[in-house]
Design a protein around this ligand. Structure first.
Ligand SMILES: [Zn+2]
Length: 69
């Protein structure tokens, strides 16, 4: 039921935060467009609610697909 808190608005804000984080740290942006994992179809920002603006996202937290290959 806690998944109800996850919305498209949150996802777009998380994606923006991740883009800013990458730019400020001179890191490549690896996350898929829209945050949707190409393998499992879940949103890569879902579940990692405290990290998008603070950590480099290099893989899916759900199926562990790496985006940097
Ligand atoms: Zn995945």
């Amino acid at each position: 039921m806690e998944k109800r808190n996850f919305t498209k608005k949150f996802a777009s804000e998380a994606e923006r935060a991740q883009r800013v984080f990458c730019r400020e740290n001179s890191l490549p942006f690896f996350a898929p467009e829209g945050g949707r994992c190409p393998r499992c179809g879940r949103n890569v920002y879902e579940g990692g609610t405290n990290g998008a603006g603070e950590a480099h996202l290099t893989g899916c937290p759900h199926c562990h697909l790496t985006f940097c290959d």
